[in-house]
Write a protein that binds this ligand. Sequence first.
Ligand code: OGA
Ligand code: MN
Length: 297
Amino acid sequence: MRIERLHPDFGAEIHGVGLIEATSDAAVFAQVCAAFEEYSVLVWRDQPVTDDVQATFSRGFGPLELVKVGSAGHGTFYSRMSNIGQDGKIVPPSDKSLIIARANQLWHTDSSFKQIPAVASVLSARVIPEQGGETEFTSTRAAWERLSAAEQAALRDAVVIHSYATSRNKIDRTMMTPEEHAALPAVRRRMTWRNPVNGRCSLYLASHAGAIEGMGDQDGADMLADLIERATEPAYTYVHSWRPSDVVMWDNRATMHRGRPWGPNQLRSIVRTTISATEQSGLNDVLPERWEQRAAA
Ligand code: OGA
Ligand code: MN
C-alpha cells in the first residue's frame, strides 16, 4: 500500500490496495484503518464497486447506519443521491433530489443531527458529470489546532444544538415532511471530538449546528458561522474532482465537506454508506448525557 498526500493538513490517496483487498486481508485492513485515523479523507481511483462490496468494506469500520425517512434508500444501508429518474433520464427541476443536492452544498458533517452520529462515510461515484459536481473537504482537526489556547479553552466543552431542520431551513422551509420532523428531534453535542486512537481533538461543526447552549440565539449562530468560515478558507480545503468508480471515505469527526454545483442536464449518481459512531470511535465525547453519566458513576 502506498500513500499519496493530498493536502498539507489531511487527505491521502491510497495506491496498490483496493476495497476488495482491504476487506479480505486483515493486515491490509489494519493499514487502511491507520490511514483513516491519520489522514481523515481517503481516496481510491478505479474501484467499480457494487453495493455489497461497498457495504462489506464499510462494515469493517463499525455498524452501518440505516438511511433515514425521507431520503432515497430509506431503511437500507445505501443513501442514493441521484438525479436520474426511473426512465434513465434527468429528473424534473422540482424533484426533491435536486433540493437535497443544494442542501449538501452547505458545509457539513454527515448525521451530526442523528441520535447516534456517524464516525465515517464511504461514497462511491457511479455516474459523474463531465464538469462540476466536485466535493470539497476541510480538516476540522487542523481548524481546532489553529485556534488560540484561549479559544480552545472557551470552546472545548461547549454544547451545540444540531438539527436537520436547521440546515434544511437554510434552503427551503417546506422541504421536510412531517415524518422527518417527527423522526429527527434536535440533539445536543459537544463542540469538540477527541479521537481516542491518537488523542487529537477536532471541532465538531456542521450546517446542522444552529445554537450554542448558554449563548443567545444570534450570538451562537454568529459564532458557529465564524468558526465554519475560518475552517473552510480555500487554502485549507481539498477539492475532489470525481471520476466514475472513485471511492472517497471521510472521518465525520474530523472533517467537513460540501458538494459543488454542476451543470443542468448533467447526470450524477452517487451512493453513500455511513458508519455509526461507537464507544471505540469516541462517541462518549460528543454525547453530553454520556459524560454526565460518566461523571455520576
Ligand atoms: C454526501 C455529500 C456531497 C456531494 O454524500 O454526504 O454531502 O458532492 N455529498 O454530493
Ligand atoms: Mn454529506
